[in-house]
Write a protein that binds this ligand. Structure first.
Ligand SMILES: [Zn+2]
Length: 273
C-alpha cells in the first residue's frame, strides 16, 4: 500500500507538469473509491496546473479554477508518461498536458480501485476527507508536547495511537513498528503510561524514519515511474518489520510478531520496554 513517503515521491515526480495546460482527459473507469466526476474532461479542459501539494496521503493538484484531490488507495500509481506509452490494464485515467509544446500525460493506474480522484472548486484543506487530519509528521506542529497531550487520554496500545491519522498522518504499519524500535518502546504499551521523555524520543524516531523513507523513495524515482515500478522503498532496511524470528540488529534476541488491532507488529523483547 502506498504510504506517505511514496505519495511525497509521487508529488515530486509530478513537478514537471506544473504550468502545463490540460488539452484532454480520458476516464476509462469512473468507479474508483468514490465515483469520478462525469464532467471531469469538461471541467479540466484548458486549465493550467498551478501547484502540487500534499496533505497526509492526499495529493492536491491546484488548477486555475479548483483542485483535484488524488489518493492512491491500496494499489494506485500515478506516473508521467508520453503519448506513445501503451495502455496497461487498470490505467483508468489520463490527464493530458501541453507544457510549452511538449505533451505529457498524468496516468492513474489502480488495480484495486480504492484510489480516488475528486474535483473540488473549494479549498481542499476544508474537504471532509482532509479537514480532520492530524499534523504532518515532519512539521513543527508534531512535537513532544503535542503528542504527550494526545497520549495522556489514550488507553490503547501506543502503536495504534501513532497510526491514528487524526493524531498524526502518514505513520503506516511499517513506519510505526520501525519508529517504536528506534524509540525502544514496545508497540503494545498503553499510550497513557509512556513517559514524556520516551515520547520525545518517539517523536524524533517517527520523523527520522519518515524522512529516511522519503529520501530512499527519492533515490528510486526512476524505478517508480517505470512500467514495472515496484519500488524498493525502504524495504531492505527494516530493523524489525517482517523480520519475525530473525535476530535483532542490536542484540541476539529474536524478533517477535504480535497482532495489534489486527495489524502485524514486530518488536524486540530485549531492546524495547
Ligand atoms: Zn534487540
Amino acid at each position: 500500500m502506498p504510504e506517505l513517503p511514496e505519495v511525497e515521491v509521487t508529488r515530486l515526480g509530478l513537478a514537471p507538469l506544473i504550468h502545463g495546460k490540460v488539452y484532454d482527459v480520458q476516464v476509462r473507469n469512473y468507479s474508483l473509491r468514490w465515483p469520478v466526476n462525469p464532467n471531469l474532461k469538461k471541467i479540466l479542459h484548458s486549465q493550467e496546473l498551478i501547484s502540487l501539494n500534499r496533505r497526509g496521503k492526499y495529493l492536491l493538484a491546484g488548477f486555475s479554477n479548483g483542485f483535484l484531490i488524488m489518493h492512491l488507495g491500496m494499489s494506485g500509481r500515478i506516473s508521467v508518461v508520453s503519448e506513445k506509452k501503451i495502455l496497461m490494464k487498470h490505467d483508468h485515467i489520463d490527464i493530458c498536458f501541453n507544457i510549452g509544446g511538449s505533451k505529457k500525460i498524468l496516468r492513474f493506474n489502480d488495480t484495486r480501485r480504492f484510489g480516488a480522484m475528486i474535483w473540488t472548486d473549494k479549498n481542499p484543506l476544508g474537504h471532509k476527507l482532509i479537514s480532520a487530519l492530524g499534523p504532518e509528521p515532519l512539521s513543527d506542529e508534531f512535537n513532544v508536547n503535542y503528542l504527550f497531550e494526545k497520549v495522556k487520554r489514550k488507553k490503547q496500545p501506543i502503536k495504534s495511537t501513532i497510526m491514528d491519522s487524526h493524531i498524526v498522518v502518514g505513520v503506516g504499519n511499517i513506519y510505526a513498528s520501525e519508529s517504536l524500535f528506534l524509540a525502544a518502546i514496545r508497540p503494545q504499551r498503553q499510550s497513557q503510561k509512556i513517559k514524556k521523555k520516551e515520547i520525545k524520543v518517539l517523536v524524533d524516531s517517527i520523523k527520522a524514519v519518515i524522512q529516511k523513507a522519503i529520501e530512499r523513495g527519492g533515490s528510486t524515482l526512476n524505478d517508480f515511474y517505470s512500467v514495472n515500478g515496484q519500488s524498493g522503498y525502504f524495504q531492505n532496511e527494516h530493523n524489525v518489520y517482517a523480520r519475525e524470528n530473525e535476530c535483532c540488529v542490536n542484540c541476539d534476541e529474536k524478533i517477535y510478531l504480535i497482532k495489534i488491532g489486527q495489524r502485524s507488529s514486530f518488536y524486540c523483547k530485549r531492546c524495547q520496554v
